[in-house]
Design a protein around this ligand. Structure first.
Ligand code: GLV
Length: 320
């Protein structure tokens, strides 16, 4: 039997065409997703939703979309979804883990290098014609090799980040809700430390935790205050894990030397005080944005919808 599926916006690759062969698909308009007219018009008729991180899926939406049986989030994170509201209505929620691990770690390491070695600042300088010759103390940055990376959350992406750090001759400490298996610690040379100690010991802190009530504001004014002089923060997780106002202050008055940010507290709005700073490298939430990761995310999300609509268990359910 054909069902009706709302897909928040056009997706890369051929996965949606595969879905269209079995079901009727309505594709939303760009960034408005479930807030757009296409969703509003058909809400009560949809059996499944493929959502983006920008689509809030909450009790009131599910009330309007009472037939929905599965919400397949095109993302590994699912803080945009009220899991309790979904569970209360028997709605299955799925995500797309694994396929974006390496892409996200690539971007995180890119931000680490760019912040440490002032790559974006140098690019701006060259473009405005201010490169007036080589000098010994010109645009001198923070050493990467031999430095200590603190990974907050040694899950898939945190481990991929740690592997890159080892390749660059860094030491790795980590903190997180769960301790990694001894063989993982050994393979990565990663030492488990309490969270506050990580902020004190690391030259670079990189966030790889989900946004939950426990991690909201995890990089607080107090923790920023514990960081080493000149330390660097990298965030490819979620903006709300960081107190952005406190971060901007720590980048101006110390102790932070720089930050590399792919995510922001109130996306797509970016804190004005960060925009004014030379020692921040910013990208527009593109952690998983490489071609193969994005196509694989689409395939994974669509497979989940097809499985649930066929009465099967999807490969990546979240929330029990
Ligand atoms: C993107 O932010 C994701 O969670 O996949």
């Amino acid at each position: 039997m054909r069902n009706r599926v709302f897909v928040s916006c056009p997706l890369p690759g051929s996965a949606v065409a595969r879905l269209e062969r079995e079901h009727d698909v309505v594709i939303g308009e760009g960034p408005r997703g479930v807030r757009g007219d296409a969703f509003a018009r058909g809400a009560a008729t949809f059996d499944a939703i493929v959502s983006l991180v920008t689509d809030p899926i909450d009790a009131s939406l599910l009330e309007r979309a009472g037939r929905v049986r599965v919400v397949a989030n095109f993302a590994v994170g699912y803080d945009n979804i009220d899991l309790a509201a979904c569970a209360a209505r028997g709605v299955t929620v799925t995500n797309t883990p694994g396929v974006l691990t390496e892409a996200t770690a690539d971007l995180a390491f890119g931000l680490l290098l760019a912040s440490a070695r002032r790559i974006a600042e140098g690019d701006r300088l060259v473009r405005r014609g201010a490169f007036d010759g080589w000098r010994p103390s010109f645009l001198v940055g923070t050493p990467v090799h031999g430095a200590t990376l603190g990974v907050v959350g040694l899950g898939r992406i945190g481990q991929a980040m740690a592997r890159r750090a080892r390749g660059f001759g860094m030491r790795v400490v980590y903190a997180g809700r769960t301790r990694a298996a001894p063989e993982i610690e050994k393979a990565l040379g990663a030492v488990h430390v309490p969270l506050d100690e990580l902020f004190e010991r690391a030259d670079f802190v990189s966030l790889h935790c989900p946004l939950t009530p426990e991690t909201r504001g995890l990089v607080s004014r107090a923790r920023l205050g514990r960081m080493k002089a000149g330390a660097v923060l990298v965030n490819t997780a979620r903006g709300a894990c960081v107190d952005e106002a406190a971060l901007a202050e720590a980048l101006v008055a110390g102790p932070l030397g720089a930050a590399g940010l792919d995510v922001f507290e109130d996306e797509p709005r970016v804190n004005q005080s960060l925009l004014a700073l030379e020692n921040v490298v910013m990208t527009p939430h593109v952690g998983s944005a490489d071609r193969s990761a994005r196509e694989a995310m689409a395939a994974t999300a669509i497979d989940s919808v097809l499985a649930v609509l066929a009465g099967q268990r999807p490969a990546h359910p979240v929330g029990g």
